[in-house]
Design a protein around this ligand. Structure first.
Ligand code: PLP
Length: 377
């Protein structure tokens, strides 16, 4: 079967290989069969291996998009009498605050500027003054802006004050190398359609067994989204508590084979190569980004809309989309931005092709090149 290849420059789902797509086409199987369990057990181990965890860490799989892991970790890991501390510097950490508010859980919402890394001394002060903080939560890579947060430093601060550290690594896991020990990570998370370049519908929390086991006695706030319940079911039966996303798991199995074949460093180098090609095209066309390069993750570039009355994101998007390239609107309030992302099974040649199409799109709509901005910088 010949499938059309689309290059996705949105922040996930990512472009996948044909072998991963085709791995979903399998004979019908009931996921309660041993044959299916024999796929999930090594998968859980592989997911821990990606962040260099050993036996003291485990991976718990869930059927859902990445946000399910935010919900699960936040609601399952807060003991009675404890407070959550969220370092809030972007739309994904705001989502964590929203989740905690929906559950009515006590949270210190530490708002920080969104264009730069958070203040470690402010974080330390909050920890010093609030000894009831159970965990510190931070987004590793704020996908809306492309900001990379300092997990190692913040994880160390959490541990210094007796809290544990949860980080949303949905848009960095299996892309930026992470080592849970060196990076002071107790819990991280991701979704199969991002870093491992699989399909949507499978997400996972990777974290310390001892903390999950201790959480058995924490207040239960959700029936479906409880970490201990799912962990315990896996440990006893090798299965997910409820129906797993069967075909997505077959695709993830293949994606993990391809991940380890490519290798952690080679894959990260490829993503960086893709981002360098994205930056090169921006410079050529005069496009400006909202973040300084020094604080960027290397996986997302958030670009300011040119100040040109002929520029319309929707029109340029459609022009590129019709030619096989998907670009994505921004997530920065009160500022027109769009995003170009370096995840997925793509390489610099795809980006070079993309820029030709994008430039032709600008010309087609009579947008001035190099693009212009009103502000002086
Ligand atoms: C993609 C993403 C998620 C999950 O989003 P879903 O739409 O639920 O898949 C969570 N956190 C971050 C940082 C992400 O980039």
């Amino acid at each position: 079967m010949q499938l059309k290849r689309n290059v996705l420059l949105n922040p996930g789902p990512s472009t996948t290989t044909d072998t991963v797509k085709m791995a979903q086409v399998v004979p019908d199987i009931c996921p309660r069969e041993k044959e299916f369990q024999s796929i999930m057990a090594p998968m859980r181990e592989d997911l821990v291996k990606i962040v260099h965890g050993r036996d003291d860490y485990t991976a718990v799989l869930f059927c859902g998009s990445g946000t399910i892991c935010i919900d699960i970790t936040l609601n399952s890991l807060l003991d009675k009498g404890k407070k959550a501390l969220v370092i809030n510097n972007g739309s994904y950490s705001q989502r964590a605050v929203d989740v905690l508010n929906y559950y009515g859980l006590p949270v210190i919402d530490l708002q920080q500027p969104i264009y730069t890394t958070p203040s470690l001394s402010e974080i330390e002060n909050v920890l010093k003054e609030n000894n009831e903080i159970g965990y510190v939560y931070m987004t590793h890579h704020e996908t809306g802006s492309g900001l990379l947060n300092p997990i190692r430093e913040v994880g160390a601060l959490a541990h210094k004050y007796g809290a544990f550290f949860i980080t949303d690594t949905t848009s960095s896991y299996a892309m930026i190398p992470i080592n849970v020990y060196e990076d002071n990570v107790d819990f991280c998370m991701a979704s199969a359609q991002k870093g491992i370049m699989g399909m949507t519908g499978l997400s996972y929390v990777i974290g310390k067994r001892s903390i999950i086991e201790a959480s058995k006695d924490y207040p239960k706030r959700s029936y479906y989204c409880n970490l201990y319940m799912q962990y315990d079911f896996f440990e006893r039966t090798g299965e997910m508590h409820f129906t797993p996303p069967v075909q997505t798991i077959y695709a993830a199995k293949q994606a993990l084979i391809e991940y380890f074949d490519e290798g952690e460093q080679a894959k990260w180098s490829r993503h960086q190569r893709v981002m360098a090609a994205i930056h090169k095209g921006e410079e050529r066309l005069g496009l400006k980004e909202i973040l300084d390069r020094s604080v960027q993750s290397g996986l997302v570039s958030a670009v300011k809309y040119p100040d040109d009355e002929n520029f319309s994101f929707d029109k340029v998007h459609d022009y590129c989309y019709e030619r096989g390239f998907t670009i994505y609107p921004g997530k920065i309030e009160k500022q027109g931005t769009f995003r170009l992302c370096a995840l997925g099974a793509i390489d610099e040649a795809d980006i070079e092709e993309f820029w030709k199409v994008f430039e032709a799109g600008l010309k087609h709509y009579n947008v001035q090149i190099p693009v212009k901005y009103n502000e002086v910088q």
